[in-house]
Write a protein that binds this ligand. Structure first.
Ligand SMILES: *[C@@H]1O[C@H](CO)[C@@H](O)[C@H](O)[C@H]1NC(C)=O
Ligand SMILES: *[C@@H]1O[C@H](CO)[C@@H](O)[C@H](O)[C@H]1NC(C)=O
Ligand SMILES: *[C@@H]1O[C@H](CO)[C@@H](O)[C@H](O)[C@H]1NC(C)=O
Length: 326
């Protein structure tokens, strides 16, 4: 029998992040989010957050923002909620004139159209839980709010706290809501090659079943780019990362027109969600494959930067593989 000290050394030790009662753990940011239903002004809300060594929540990506809005709908209501940004000047349109109470960079905005509006001497940020869109409010108004604080890392003793680990292969990004893993491979490829490259590593071209999943794909297809050589792909065409070139090419997803119907290559249903751009799908005599158009400035119609277009089987700038988390 091994001495227990030795056992302790050889047994793998998992550290779990823990949040206080009622708080929600956000794995992407390693933060605990506490939703407060009581309405109060901005300064008072920040004071409440300070009691758990936190701050009003800051937001740094679409993924964060979507997570916060969804959880607000579940835990608060569908209305307006404080975020932790306060303007330092009346010129609210300049991002340099905003700061988060947690002092993180003001590097992401998700304004409602027509926002931010100038309010006079003070302006603080709220968002609509229903849409996730941001707007300015006078800091003395009262709203429910969200605090964010660091989790306490604990070594579990007998029971493990409920955690959802992301069991994705290396370089895949995990989305909690679908429990799936995604990877954007930046490589000019036609559909046949893209499909083969995903299958080669046990994945399929991405199917999309909700706005949340679509938003996530838009985000990873502009930010989490993986430049990969794959045995099934020709290697002579290298992605040119300049904006000019990127905008010319779209991103394959796994939607194909086959035997008179649109189908996902992974076999999942197309009944729950479709996101065709206006006028699409068209040219149904030859355009049997589908791309996401995540670049806001893509050459044709794509005002929101999130929609789909059917195209022929020819080279596009990238493709997204998806697989279930293990
Ligand atoms: C896709 O690309 C491969 C490799 O260049 C090529 O052999 C194949 O013919 C292409 N398929 C179509 C339909 O263009
Ligand atoms: C992609 O990888 C290839 C081969 O490693 C490299 O030559 C090329 O510069 C990379 N392209 C980008 C956009 O990073
Ligand atoms: C990428 O494209 C731009 C614009 O066409 C060009 O100026 C640049 O030289 C290209 N870069 C590479 C590495 O091919």
């Amino acid at each position: 029998m091994l001495p227990s000290i030795l056992l302790a050394l050889i047994l793998p030790v998992s550290i779990f992040a823990q949040c206080g009662t009622g708080a929600i753990y956000n794995q992407d940011r390693n933060k605990c989010y506490q939703y407060y239903t009581a309405s109060m002004d901005f300064k008072s809300a920040e004071t409440v957050c300070d009691t758990t060594n936190g701050h009003l929540v800051s937001v740094h990506s679409l993924i964060d923002n979507t997570f916060l809005a969804q959880q607000a709908q579940k835990n608060l209501y569908n209305g307006l909620v404080w975020l932790g940004a306060e303007a330092t000047s009346e010129v609210v349109t300049n991002p340099n004139n905003w700061k988060w109470t947690d002092n993180t960079a003001f590097n992401y905005q998700n304004y409602q159209s027509g926002q931010p509006s100038v309010l006079g001497s003070t302006a603080c940020m709220i968002f609509s839980a229903a849409t996730g869109k941001w707007l300015t409010s006078s800091c003395i108004n009262s709203y429910p709010f969200i605090c964010a604080y660091d989790p306490i890392n604990v070594v579990p003793t007998t029971t493990c706290p409920p955690q959802k680990p992301s069991n994705c292969p290396s370089r895949y990004a995990w989305l909690e809501e679908t429990n799936s893993c995604y990877k954007t491979i930046v490589r000019q490829a036609n559909f046949t090659e893209a499909n083969a490259a995903c299958q080669y590593e046990g994945a399929q071209l991405a199917s999309v079943h909700s706005k949340l999943e679509n938003d996530f794909l838009v985000e990873i297809s502009t930010t989490h780019l993986i430049n990969q050589t794959s045995p099934t792909l020709k290697t002579h065409v290298i992605y040119n990362s300049t904006i000019t070139t990127r905008n010319k090419f779209k991103v394959y997803i796994g939607l194909v027109y086959l035997d008179g119907a649109w189908k996902w290559t992974d076999g999942s249903s197309t009944k729950d969600y479709l996101n065709w751009a206006a006028g699409e799908p068209n040219n149904m005599n030859r355009e049997f494959w589908t791309v996401l158009m995540p670049d806001v400035n893509t050459e044709d119609y794509n005002p929101t930067g999130t929609e789909w277009n059917n195209i022929e089987n020819n080279e596009q700038r990238a493709f997204i593989c998806k697989r279930a988390a293990s």
